[in-house]
Design a protein around this ligand. Structure first.
Ligand code: GRF
Length: 226
């Protein structure tokens, strides 16, 4: 459980693999006053654009490539050593494309969050936008959830909903969802910093009560939840 930090920013480590647009949104939000301290960005690909983004902002970066640790257990142990040396309160997955082992996830239970481009529990896994179109859903979106060993199945904290338009392609839908992810992640991190959202024994507490259904980010410009 994250306890309230007073005025101190929430120390986070951000894990990325590729493009880094969510990382960019978190950095921009920090620069506008979101109280997070980005201790480091850790990436599994040395040439990921996300790394360049972090370096341009003078955020410490570390690369942990699969080539260095082909065995998943070794990889996750090395990743845990990197993280533990930084002493974060929260580990933020922002497009980190590796499956994490059960031991790793259990080590950080309640301190590990992810953003996923669908309205979970719908469409866990990859290609969510294409699958949403194929399923002819009327609404799609993104979810922020605590990570548990089962993939994309952890307790959901928050969501943002996006209408599916008649002429959407997977790319146009992905783009609209992504721009909302960029609102959802910072707004959710603020709730965690405020300790309004907490992990408690495998459930999400919101203002001290068990959250029965995910918080929904409003469509309005100001990032409020309902
Ligand atoms: C996002 O769609 C996120 O929801 C998913 O991976 C993608 C990462 O994009 N987990 P980016 O690297 O943040 O641009």
């Amino acid at each position: 459980m994250l306890e309230t930090l007073g005025n101190a920013p929430l120390p986070v480590v951000i894990l990325v693999s590729g493009r880094g647009s969510n990382l960019e949104a978190l950095i921009a939000a920090r620069d506008r006053g979101l109280p997070i301290a980005i201790l480091a960005v850790i990436c599994d690909h040395a040439d990921a654009p996300a790394l360049a983004l972090a370096r341009a902002q003078s955020i410490p970066t570390q690369v942990l490539s699969k080539a260095a640790h082909p065995d998943r257990t070794d990889y996750d142990a090395a990743l845990a050593r990197m993280i533990d040396a930084l002493h974060p309160r929260l580990i933020v997955l922002a497009g980190f494309m590796r499956l994490l082992s059960t031991d790793f996830v259990n080590r950080y239970l309640g301190k590990l969050i992810n953003i996923h481009p669908s309205l979970l529990p719908a469409f866990p896994g990859l290609h969510t936008h294409r699958r949403a179109l194929e399923a002819r859903v009327k609404e799609h979106g993104a979810s922020v959830h605590f990570v548990i060993p089962a993939m994309d199945a952890g307790p959901i904290v928050s969501q943002v909903r996006v209408p599916v338009l008649a002429n959407d392609t997977a790319d146009t839908l992905a783009q609209r969802v992504l721009s909302q992810e960029h609102r959802l992640y910072p707004a959710t991190l603020r709730l965690l910093w405020e300790a309004r959202v907490q992990w408690h024994q495998g459930r999400v507490l919101f203002d001290g009560q068990v959250l029965e259904s995910p918080l929904q980010l409003t469509a309005a410009e100001n990032d409020h939840f309902i």
